[in-house]
Design a protein around this ligand. Structure first.
Ligand code: SF4
Length: 181
C-alpha cells in the first residue's frame, strides 16, 4: 500500500511538471470528496485537473483518478481500456463525476483522466474516460438498494455461492459475509 501511495505522489508531481494544474486538496487541506445519504455513500477523489498543456486534448475541470497495478492488471487495462478491464474503477469514476458535479460544475460533462501505474515496471497509462451517466445512476441505485435493505434488516443475496469465488477472495468483507455461513 505504501508503494501505491508513493507512486501516486510521483504521478501528481509528474503531471504538475508536465504543466497540468492539478488540485488534490481543498484550501482547508482536506481531500476533495462527497458524502450523501447521511454519510453512508461517500468517496474521496484523487484530484481535479483545472488546466493543462494546450497540446493535450482534455477539457477542464476533469476528474483525475490514479491506480497502481501489478503487471498483469496493467497490461489488461492498456489492452482493453479501464471500462472493460476494471469495471469497478469505471463505476467509481462515473459515481465520483456525478456526485462532484454540484461542487465542481462541469466535472460530469468532461471526460475524466484515468492514470494507471505499473507497479512492476513503472510504466504509465493515461486514458480519457467519458462520463457514463447511466452507469453512475445504476451504481447509485444499487447503493440505495443496499442501504434500504440494511435498514429493513433484509439480507441481500450473496454475489457468489462459495467464499472461494474470485471476487470474494479479495473482498474486504469476506470474513463477515461468510463467517456465519
Ligand atoms: S464476500 Fe464480498 S463479494 Fe463475496 S458475496 Fe460477500 S460481500 Fe459479496
Amino acid at each position: 500500500f505504501e508503494v501505491g501511495h508513493a507512486l501516486e505522489d510521483l504521478a501528481i508531481r509528474w503531471l504538475r511538471l508536465a504543466g497540468f494544474e492539478l488540485y488534490t486538496r481543498r484550501a482547508d487541506g482536506e481531500q476533495f470528496g462527497f458524502s450523501v445519504a447521511g454519510g453512508r455513500i461517500q468517496g474521496h477523489v484523487d484530484g481535479i485537473l483545472a488546466a493543462g498543456p494546450a497540446d493535450i486534448e482534455l477539457a477542464y475541470p476533469a476528474l483525475w483518478e490514479c491506480k497502481t497495478m501489478n503487471d498483469k492488471s496493467w497490461r489488461e487495462t492498456v489492452k482493453q481500456g479501464v471500462t472493460r478491464a476494471k469495471p469497478i474503477y469505471a463505476a467509481q469514476i462515473a459515481v465520483y463525476q456525478a456526485y462532484m458535479e454540484g461542487a465542481v460544475p462541469g466535472i460530469a460533462s468532461n471526460p475524466a483522466l484515468f492514470t494507471a501505474i505499473n507497479k512492476d515496471s513503472e510504466e504509465i497509462w493515461f486514458e480519457r474516460v467519458p462520463f457514463d451517466g447511466g452507469l453512475a445512476q445504476r451504481m447509485s441505485d444499487r447503493a440505495v438498494r443496499v442501504i434500504t435493505a440494511t435498514e429493513a434488516g433484509e439480507l441481500l443475496p450473496r454475489h457468489a455461492t462459495t467464499p472461494t469465488h474470485v471476487t470474494c477472495k479479495s473482498c474486504p468483507w469476506q470474513d463477515r459475509c461468510w463467517g456465519s455461513a
